[in-house]
Design a protein around this ligand. Sequence first.
Ligand code: ZN
Length: 314
Amino acid sequence: MRLDGIHHITAITADGSANVEFYARVLGLRLVKVTVNQDDPTAYHLFYADEQGSHGADLTFFEYPESPRGRAGAGMVHRIVHRVSSAAALDFWEQRLGREGVAIERDSRALRFADPEGLDHALVAVERTDAPLIARASEVPAEHALQGFEAVHVFVADRGPSEKLVRDALGFQEIVSHEWEARGEHRGGRVVFEPARSNGVAGAGTVHHVAWATTHEDQLPWREQVRAAGARPTSVIDRFYFRSVYFREPGGILYELATIGPGFAVDEPAEHLGERLSLPPDYEHLRPRLEGILRPLPDARQWRPTPSPASAAQ
Ligand code: ZN
């Protein structure tokens, strides 16, 4: 039984429109689902990913327009690391982000920057056997596109219990000191534990939780293993695009165990993902009211290349 790396990462934004502009246009991800927070249907839940909406490339945001800016601290993910293909891709992003007015830090193997609300990202050129998970974007050539998640960096007050949990209950392996990998049949993803300097404040520009990918069959066995290790997992919750179990690890980080599938094409055609508001069946009757409350978003199709005849025929 092995977790298949990172399933998705969920963060908070106070400005859905600026968020779509940054992640769909600037970073060239595909907006694959526009839906609502199942626990608060008056808030958007936006999902960005590769072309297929794969686990391993799925970055999601709750929109809370009133949310003040947060700050990452103990018990929180503070950086999201994405793979790119090469040093040339890092050069491309250094120039592109620079032109966009995004402050960057570059060293030989990584490029660091933050989104408009201060959420920290890094791009790394690493050699992995995992399939690259890329989206088509008119402003980002395929060879330079983001290829999915490599890691999350987290802050914890005491690394010992947090590292014990990923090792004993979740089957991670320590690759280098304090850097742990979950590697499954298809993919691998990592968590890097760093000592917390201060407590954090949840809010816009911070990560809400990180989800690890499991098969449907393994989800309950993982849940039992986590429970036996002393955590308090929720029961299985149907998130419609996947099924989820949540728990806090000993350092306070909210983890989720999310199933691979059924995926984003369960309620709209794969070629038109994210083009209209999707509502879970239980909320469909609220559509007129929700469409009046939720603020309009930019149409992300403007940043996607028109399908070539070859790809349209596939
Ligand atoms: Zn989640």
